[in-house]
Design a protein around this ligand. Structure first.
Ligand code: FES
Ligand code: FE2
Length: 534
């Protein structure tokens, strides 16, 4: 999707600066922290940090053995434990050397030493420090390798799970009913396969999916006298501002004779129906009925709040959670574009598309992925329990944020180019938020917000908003013709998740999360309840 449209669409007037993740800056920060301790506290605090048992004696001896995946994971776990211990030792060494340097330079001690001795001692310490620093870099490299190994093993486990599901599907279509032990195993495997069966006409939205805060509009689009009509979970709503300036969301259907209210106007914080002039407040109460006696009439409204430049509603029947989530870009980024699009596809299909990057060199050949080569292997690396991670070989971090958001950060080293193995290697970044609001069975309201951590002046360039919108639509159109085709086939019974492979990981996880939610599972996969709702 438009995950990275700006990366290539523009030749932006910015320059490469020092990396944001400069280790020297990190070190400075560490010293700052160090400085807040008093001598005694410092010793105690550091003591706790270094008082970790050497884990080497506990590492299982597996040399020459063939390990299954669980044993291999255990080995990886020990590796990480060892590396943690090793890193602590490295830091301890550097700290001790640092203390020695202070001691050598101590003016009281200096009186008793010749300049020559002092020089010699300092030179030796310098050598030791250089060695210790090298050791730290080696430890860093080991940590990176160990994490890569873990991610790779997780790939293997996931591939295995997907393979099991496909096997279960084949067994389902070929085997006859039986009570043998084998058929019980097949039966067990059939259960998870269901989570990847997304076929047939789109069903009505499950009520559980409604119990979330949903962003429905950008604040900047809602003036005091404007109305924003939206469709959400197959119901028409209209958003407008009350007399106090706070937003409200009421049903977009007049209580009198069902005229769409958004065709009317907003007067003094009330929305007026264009047919016979009935006027409603933001909580749905009818306060004016011209030419007749005022009756006690109320239309439906939903909880509606404004936060960080977005209007949010709670369409569910459960009481809303106390806090609204935050969708602001990370610090250092400035918002450059906020775009809304109404799309003719079901929101799940749009999310599937946004959570997939492997399609880029095939689908986006006229926009951001023009000229991209096709990598021999595309992977999405993520913790076993997460809905976020990063793409390999692209410098792109991505997250599915329940219930319908995709956040991504794209590293840009040079204008129009994606470079580096990960986002941290890039000096400049583009951050994207995609909100896919479920409008109806074949419609999604897409809210797109784009932020940059460079070129702040760009947002003041006249008509820039139109350019961003143009680029976004171009990219989106490349996807839409494909996804609309998928949707038609899905409605006729095809399974759009028929044969997932390893790079489909994030999309598959989204589907598993959504299935579990709709089944009413107590513990949702890949996330905790807290994370979902806050
Ligand atoms: S339909 Fe709205 S006032 Fe009559
Ligand atoms: Fe795409």
């Amino acid at each position: 999707m438009n995950a990275i449209f700006t990366a290539s669409a523009l030749s932006l007037p910015f320059f490469l600066g020092a990396s944001k993740f400069d280790t020297r800056r990190d070190l400075k920060c560490r010293f700052k922290v160090f400085a807040v301790f008093g001598e005694e506290e410092k010793k105690n605090a550091w003591g706790a940090l270094f008082d970790v048992e050497d884990p080497r004696s506990k590492i299982p001896q597996n040399k020459g053995k063939v390990l299954d995946i669980y044993q291999a994971l255990e080995v990886a776990r020990h590796d990480i434990q060892y590396l943690d211990w090793r890193a602590r030792q490295d830091v301890l060494t550097i700290m001790l050397l640092h203390e020695k340097v202070v001691e050598v330079l101590n003016p009281l001690a200096r009186e008793y030493k010749s300049i020559g001795t002092l020089k010699k001692e300092l030179a030796e310490l310098q050598d030791e420090l250089a060695h210790a620093h090298r050791q730290v870099h080696i430890s860093e490299a080991r940590v990176t390798t160990a994490l890569d190994k873990l991610a790779y093993m997780e790939e293997l486990v996931n591939d295995r799970l997907l393979l099991d599901r496909s096997t279960a599907e084949i067994s389902q279509t070929t085997s006859s009913p039986s009570t043998s032990a084998n058929s019980l195993v097949t039966e067990k495997r059939r259960q998870p396969r269901k989570s990847l069966n997304v076929s047939g006409p789109v069903q009505s939205y499950h009520p559980h999916l409604k119990n979330f805060w949903y962003p429905v509009a950008f604040s900047s689009d809602l003036k005091d006298d404007t109305m924003i009509p939206i469709e959400c979970f197959e119901e028409p709503w209209v958003i407008f501002r009350g007399k106090d300036g706070k937003p409200g969301c009421v049903q977009n259907t007049c209580a009198h004779r069902a005229c769409p209210l958004h065709l009317g106007s907003v007067n003094e914080g009330r929305i007026q129906c264009p047919y016979h002039g009935w006027e409603y407040t933001t909580d749905g109460k009818c306060e004016k009925m011209p030419s007749t006696r005022l009756l006690n009439v109320k239309i439906k409204s939903v909880p509606c709040f404004e936060k960080e430049g977005m209007i949010w509603i709670w369409p569910g029947n459960d009481p809303p959670t106390a806090t609204l989530p935050s969708l602001l870009p990370p610090s250092g980024f400035e918002i450059h574009a906020e775009i809304v699009m109404e799309l003719p596809i079901e929101h799940g299909l749009l999310l599937d598309n946004l959570l997939d990057l492997a399609h880029a060199p095939f689908t986006h050949t006229s926009t951001f992925a023009k000229g991209w080569s096709v990598p021999s292997l595309v992977k999405f690396l993520t913790p076993a329990s997460g809905l976020q991670g990063y793409w390999d070989p692209y410098p792109i971090d991505m997250e599915f944020r329940p219930p319908c958001m995709v956040l991504s950060t794209i590293g840009i080293s040079k204008p129009g180019k994606l470079e580096g193995q990960n986002t941290r290697e890039c000096s400049t970044h583009l951050h994207q938020l995609h909100v896919c609001l479920p409008s109806s069975k074949q419609k999604t309201r897409l809210l797109y917000r784009m932020s940059l951590d460079f070129a702040p002046l760009l947002k003041h360039v006249p008509l820039m908003q139109y350019l961003w919108k143009h680029f976004a639509e171009q990219v989106l159109n490349e996807d839409l013709r494909l996804v609309v085709g998928q949707q038609e086939r899905m409605n006729n019974g095809a399974n759009v998740w028929n044969f997932p492979v390893s790079y489909d990981k994030l999309g598959v996880r989204y589907r598993m999360w959504r299935d579990a939610l709709e089944r009413g599972a107590k513990q949702l996969p890949f996330t905790s309840i807290d994370q979902i709702q806050n």
